[in-house]
Design a protein around this ligand. Structure first.
Ligand code: NDP
Length: 336
């Protein structure tokens, strides 16, 4: 079998030299374990954090260890009740062609639903959007929501759910094509191209024009210029589910002036509620998410886009491209 390991830790931006493709023996499942041939693996922004050894909510991937990933595939050997060869399963199987896990760490998937949806719209990213919006955003009909990375699996879930709940939804995305997709595919009311504006001030004007009543919920996916542009547009008692800050995952482009006093004053004066969350703390709510969202996915009232790259050997390049916005929808790698 093949696997991609972390070859070394990046200091700053990650590059291809930080990954290594290895060939190792296929494991034999021990008692209680299941062996899966991976068909599709997920690439997610959080994996960049696992490459660093800074203190975080999760243990970093060790140098020389397999990169972490959620993946789906076919059970080819089982030493555990409940799983049989031919079953389709999801688990944290890693950047690899095969994975062996205790059955308790695997979820059997309904074969009538495309397995890749367990990596995106009906998996961790979709759940993240649902949890952050409903539990922290507390959306109310008539309010205005802004979300960046609007066509990705988190942002598109947030925007579509908010539309279903009667909000005005303004997306922010990189490039005209993605903005068109946010409006035409995902039904956003408007979408602003953050790459079209050099300064936060100009971007702010563009967002303000699409949010004439101000912003009640800023679903924070990216940080950087988008955060700087949006924060001053928040209405009193606004909510900010702090989900991600991908603009700063490779190290911060810090502004020359210290903006902290201005930011803090904005939070105070507007009585904002900012709540960081890590979705792995909330998996007890996963059944509630599926109960609400699965029928919408089935009837098409929530839709999704998948960007499927080919071949495990192309995973590092595809991952680095995604961090810079090169993906069009949920980034998946098909394992040949
Ligand atoms: P996406 O598939 O949307 O991919 C990331 C996107 O981020 C890119 O496509 C790009 O979109 C955007 N982006 C990259 N750099 C910048 C930048 N400098 N400024 C603005 N946008 C940028 O990712 P996901 O939907 O999987 O994740 C979205 C966010 O949610 C991430 O920050 C991720 O870490 C976070 N997350 C947090 C979780 C939690 O538990 N808190 C769980 C899951 C995800 P574009 O080209 O449109 O700008």
């Amino acid at each position: 079998m093949k696997q991609v390991v972390l070859a070394s830790r990046p200091a700053g931006a990650a590059g291809l030299e930080h990954f290594r493709l290895e060939e190792v023996a296929i494991p034999t499942p021990a008692d209680g374990e299941v062996l899966v041939r991976i068909t599709h693996m997920s690439l997610d922004p959080y994996m960049r954090g696992r490459m660093d050894d800074a203190k975080s909510y999760a243990t970093p991937v060790a140098v020389g260890a397999t990169m972490e990933a959620g993946a789906v595939g076919e059970v080819i050997a089982s030493n555990a009740p409940g799983f049989a060869p031919g079953d389709t399963a999801f688990g944290m199987l890693g950047w690899a062609t095969h994975g062996c896990l205790p059955a308790t760490h695997l979820r059997k998937l309904d074969p009538s639903i495309p397995a890749t949806t367990a990596l995106g719209v009906m998996g961790m990213p979709g759940f993240t959007g649902w949890y952050g919006l409903t539990e922290i955003g507390k959306p109310k009909a008539g309010e205005t929501l802004v979300v960046a990375a609007a066509t990705g699996p988190v942002g598109s879930m947030v925007g579509q759910l908010a539309k279903l709940r009667g909000l005005r939804v303004v997306g922010i995305a990189g490039g005209a094509d993605k903005c068109k997709q946010a409006v035409e595919t995902f039904g956003f009311d408007a979408c602003v191209d953050h790459r079209a504006y050099d300064t936060a001030r100009d971007l702010r004007k563009a967002i303000a024009a699409e949010a004439p009543d101000g912003v009640d919920i800023y679903f924070e996916n990216v940080g950087g210029k988008v955060l700087e542009a949006t924060l001053p547009l928040m209405n009193t008692f606004g909510r900010i589910p702090l989900c991600g800050m991908i603009a700063w995952y490779e190290g911060a482009e810090t502004s020359a002036t210290d903006q902290l006093p201005r930011v803090w004053r904005n939070v105070l004066v507007n009585r904002l509620c900012i709540n960081g969350f890590i979705i792995s703390d909330h998996f007890d709510r996963f059944p509630d998410f599926l109960k609400e969202v699965a029928p919408h996915v089935a009837d098409g009232s929530i839709t999704y886009l998948e960007d499927v790259a080919e071949g495990l050997e192309n995973a590092p390049e595809t991952f680095l491209r995604m961090l810079k916005g090169g993906n069009k929808g949920k980034q998946i790698v098909k394992i040949s």
